[in-house]
Design a protein around this ligand. Structure first.
Ligand SMILES: NS(=O)(=O)c1cccc(F)c1F
Ligand SMILES: [Zn+2]
Length: 268
């Protein structure tokens, strides 16, 4: 049976690709790595999971930059003006950045999958535990240090809130380029229903790959237009000085073993 283009065949896709970075031979701990495939029938409804409470102040938005893996929109995280609490979280977390992962084609690009279903892209909104730690750099080394909201993107109607971001991307085409970016509220990128999510303990999907993340993956996707996603693919992995320019595409990590971890759902 020819499996349609799902995560199983993305291994083929990956085989001839130029990984952004070398997968380390040994990873600290290594039994709580991300991303993973979310097998819906193996997830467990947890009635104690609370509604998620994102409270973002768009005035904390500072800049957008290309770090050579993705483009990041960064927030001032020196105060509790933009926070996330509730859901599976026991503490209050501070918003620090959001970024995306995407493919060279609309057939793949997400890091997580749902019953092997691939999405063309995935949004990650990154927060760190400001009750337990003083800096992101500290929290990223601790197992309860980070909370990342994952949202799947599908190709469909144009996302009006995303357009302001899309229009800024040509200014950060090359690695290490940065521009001011103000008054963007990442809540506009959340799906209408944020009460239905899966949550599990995992890791960063880019170096340092530390096992510090409480993942909160939304069940409901958002829609962006084909043209909007095409602008993501116009970014470059390489800096302006480098001779050979490489298009920033397929910036997702290969999926990692579940190692028996429970995946809880906030919905039955
Ligand atoms: N792809 S990712 O959401 O796991 C991630 C990437 C870079 C820094 C992070 F703090 C982070 F969480
Ligand atoms: Zn990410």
């Amino acid at each position: 049976r020819r499996c349609n283009l799902t995560a199983c065949s993305s291994k083929y896709v990956l085989s001839h690709m130029h990984p952004m970075w070398q997968e380390p031979l040994a990873i600290p701990g290594g039994d709580r790595q991300s991303p993973i495939d979310i097998v819906v029938r193996k997830s467990l409804f947890d009635p104690h999971l609370k509604p998620l409470v994102p409270a973002y102040d768009p005035q904390t938005c500072q800049q957008i930059w290309n770090n050579g893996y993705s483009f990041l929109v960064e927030y001032d995280d020196t105060t509790d003006k933009s926070t996330l609490k509730g859901g599976p979280l026991e503490d209050q977390f501070r918003l620090c950045q959001f970024h995306f992962h995407w493919g060279e084609s609309n057939a793949w690009g997400s890091e997580h999958t749902v019953d092997r279903k691939l999405f063309p892209a995935e949004l990650h909104i990154v927060h760190w535990n400001a009750e337990k730690y003083d800096l992101f750099e500290e929290a990223v080394m601790e197992e309860n240090g980070l909370a990342v909201i994952g949202v799947f993107l599908k190709i469909g109607k144009r996302h009006e809130g995303l357009q302001k971001l899309v229009d800024a991307l040509p200014a950060v085409r090359h690695k290490d380029s940065m521009v001011d970016f103000e008054r963007f509220n990442p809540a506009c990128l959340l799906p209408s229903n944020i009460n239905d999510y899966w949550t599990y303990h995992g890791s960063l999907t880019t170096p340092p790959l530390t096992e510090a993340v409480t993942w909160i993956v939304m069940k409901q996707h958002i829609e962006v237009s084909h043209d909007q996603l095409a602008v993501f693919r116009s970014l470059l992995f390489t800096s302006a000085e480098e001779e050979v320019q490489k298009g920033m595409v397929n910036n997702f990590r290969v999926q990692q073993p579940l190692r028996g971890r429970p995946i809880r759902s906030s919905f039955s």
